[in-house]
Design a binder for this molecule. Structure first.
Ligand code: F3S
Ligand code: F3S
Length: 107
């Protein structure tokens, strides 16, 4: 099991979650952040600190955002398990599903 970041993060990237994660498994893409499904230890520390409530336990992800499970998992297809997000910095890509979204949360 893992935690999942969903649509509310897109184009917001508050990054409060990153500071809470004890294993540094929340990776930054161009438009959102992604939780590594194998590196996440399910501690849950990230979930309550996200100001836009973008983070969910895998089984609790709202139905309309179920695809974000695959987006988080597949983001790492070509990255493997880097073992820490800090050393990678901002990764110059997003999952194709995120690439396809219009600008989000622009009030
Ligand atoms: Fe995104 Fe929320 Fe983290 S907006 S970067 S999931 S604190
Ligand atoms: Fe880190 Fe959140 Fe998992 S704090 S270990 S990504 S539940």
């Amino acid at each position: 099991m893992t935690y999942v970041i969903a649509q509310p993060c897109v184009d917001i990237k508050d990054r409060a979650c990153v500071d809470e994660c004890p294993v540094d498994c929340i990776y930054e893409g161009k438009r959102m952040l992604y939780i590594h499904p194998d590196e996440c230890v399910d501690c849950g520390a990230c979930e309550p600190v996200c100001p836009v409530e973008a983070i969910f336990y895998e089984d609790d992800t709202p139905p309309e955002w179920k695809d974000y499970y695959d987006a988080n998992v597949n983001f790492f297809d070509d990255l493997g398990s880097p073992g820490g997000a800090a050393k990678l910095g901002v990764i110059d890509k997003d999952h194709p599903m995120i690439d396809a979204l219009p600008p989000q949360n622009q009030e």
